[in-house]
Design a protein around this ligand. Structure first.
Ligand code: PLP
Length: 372
């Protein structure tokens, strides 16, 4: 029996009886964009994040780009971020014409190392863009303090951590704007493209609303050059079915992670640990192993599918060559990229499957000479 990295079908089976009527409701109403479902989702998601405003958008990449644009960040501006994230974080910076400045990460949480922020600040710096990676929050208090001291915006990329908290506060609610992808595999995922921004700032909310809909507040009146970045109403209806389950799905992920860690501590080089100030929602469960490619093959032979998030840090990607980074620029990020391994993780994973993964991993890590 194959154990996939993520099993979207398993989740769908548990909510199908609610999803199908929700889709039907939208089609019967035939209000397909910026309609009642989307408005309700914005309010429900903002409330979930304890934020004043929610702005639904077309995907997580657009959420980040619209947030940057709403903060008037553009050509000539620099945005401090990390290189161990999905390319979208940096694509958004590039989309608005700004320049990413990469800093290294903390080796325990894989999130932005705030000690490195100040030395990266230049007269062009406009914002700090931390990523709450793998489901674990970045250390926000010092990031927010440095931003306040230097007059910088903070835009959170919370695309991997819906529902995680930092000192009791939901991710996305602490910076000027929090951005979330709602891509199908995320802890809260649509069945198509979707994303959402949250903010407490009424003006930023209004600007993002305008920008996502062709720079328009009233039909055929265009105040600024915008984009088409609206969420479609069917996705909003699906997300409204899913949102009430998010906390219980996250709780299941946390229970699975605990089970994994109990068995794998001392077996693998590192298991993920939540910091005392954080709750971790384990969007992905990432361990470190020696000789990763051999371990992955060995697991694959036993039908266990794994992932690597991410094998090539962004500063070493051809797409980022223009920014001038080299091997050795970000040692912690580069070191982690060689050893990280993502194990199967989704709410519907069973105890039996977790034991199978752990048995296979323990087997693969016993040095060949000592195998019985
Ligand atoms: C998934 C993801 C995004 C992009 O989201 P899309 O909805 O696919 O555009 C951005 N940042 C991070 C960290 C992500 O994991």
């Amino acid at each position: 029996m194959t154990i996939p990295l993520v099993d979207l079908k398993a989740q769908y089976q548990t909510i199908k009886h609610e999803v199908l009527p929700a889709i039907e409701r939208v089609l019967e109403g035939m209000s397909l964009y910026l309609g009642p479902e989307q408005q309700a989702f914005e309010q429900e998601f903002a409330a979930y994040c304890q934020s004043g405003y929610g702005i639904s958008v077309s995907n997580g990449t657009d959420a980040l780009a619209l947030a940057l644009r709403a903060c008037q960040i553009g050509p000539g501006d620099e945005v401090i971020t990390v290189a161990n994230t999905f390319i979208a974080t940096v694509e958004a910076i590039s989309m608005v014409g700004a320049t990413p400045v990469f800093i290294d990460v903390d080796p325990d949480t894989y999130t932005m190392n705030w000690h490195d922020i100040e030395q990266a600040i230049t007269p062009q710096t406009r914002a700090i863009l931390p990523v709450h990676l793998f489901g674990h929050p970045a250390e926000m208090t010092p990031i927010l303090e440095i931003a306040r001291t230097h007059g910088l915006r903070v835009i959170e990329d919370a695309s991997q951590a819906h529902g995680a908290t930092y000192e009791g506060r939901p991710v996305g609610s602490m910076g000027d704007i929090g951005c979330f992808s709602l891509y199908c595999s995320k802890t809260l995922g649509a069945y198509g493209e979707a994303g959402v921004c949250v903010t407490n700032d009424a003006d930023l909310a209004e600007r993002m609303r305008m920008l996502r809909d062709h720079g328009s507040r009233h039909r055929y009146e265009h105040e600024v050059m915008g984009v088409n970045a609206r969420m479609d109403e069917i996705q909003a209806a699906i997300l409204r079915v899913k949102l009430p389950y998010l906390d219980q799905w996250n709780a299941k992920r946390q229970a699975h992670a605990q089970r994994y860690s109990e068995r794998l501590r001392g077996v693998v080089t590192a298991v993920p640990e939540a910091q005392p100030w954080a709750t971790h929602v384990y969007y992905v469960y990432v361990v470190q192993v020696p000789d990763r490619e051999r371990v992955r093959e060995s697991l694959a032979e036993r039908g266990i599918l794994t992932g690597v998030h991410y094998p090539i840090p962004l500063h070493l990607q051809p797409a980022c060559a223009q920014y001038g980074y080299k091997q050795g620029s970000l040692p912690v990020t580069e070191e982690a990229a060689e050893h990280i391994l993502s194990l199967p993780m989704y709410a519907e994973l069973t105890e039996e499957q977790i034991h199978q993964v752990c048995d296979a991993l323990a087997g693969a890590l016993i040095p060949a000479g000592t195998r019985g």
